[in-house]
Design a protein around this ligand. Sequence first.
Ligand code: ZN
Length: 277
Amino acid sequence: MFDWRTLKKIDAHIHILPDAVHEANPDSDDVWVYADIHKYHSMMDALNIEKAVIMPFNDPMLMSMEFTISAVHKNLYDMKQRYPGRFYAFADIDTRNTSAESAEAICHAIDVYSLDGIKLHPNNTGVALDSEYNQAIFVLAQERNIPVAIHSYPNSEDDPSAAVRIVKILEEYPKLTVIISHMGAYQWEQLLPTHAYMDISAILPDYVRTYGIEKTNSIMRKFGADRLIFASDYPDNRFLQPEEIYNSYFDILNQMDFTQAEAEMIAYGNIGKILST
Ligand SMILES: [Zn+2]
């Protein structure tokens, strides 16, 4: 029997705020205090998290003190440099800029700062996933084979990150590598027939709360081990304190019926393959 705690893992979705943002907000006492690269790095070995993927928010106010997309990308680059080989980071967008400017900033982030993918957060920007604005970004990502992580925790059928919008994009850009963060939450069923990867961040403990262990296991099985990606959304969670998140994930995952080989794909293999191409 294997244990998720000791399994080698990549956490494919975490949040870290740049040091400059922490320094500018010394009195903050929310969960974002935990989003600190030094604190996070110091926990990685005990959790057997070899590497983690830092996701931005599509909100430059959170990821720089200059509040510009170039400063955000520089900060993400600096975080990767601080602990070489331990962190990946996805490029951000700032929808105050034009779509062409966002595409150009992504190119710069990939080519100059060696960032590893693109994060789209339609709920933070209010720009629906399938809007005209994002087309240039999808064209670029498909052409250059850059993975795109899409926040999807929709509350309604016409939510900016609704599953139906993701399905549409996957049909329009069949070669795009897409990671759906939070599995489309309670619209997961609409994403079953697609080929997108599903990151289990934030949603796994919610599923267990709503559906129980057995049904959560069967949902995960429907997607299959080759489409699932271990991810936590640390330090953010609707119900759990930051200190509880990893224990909760490991407890839940230890109750799933995946074989060790399948668990290794979910924990490391799938995301490793996406990030190495
Ligand atoms: Zn997140």
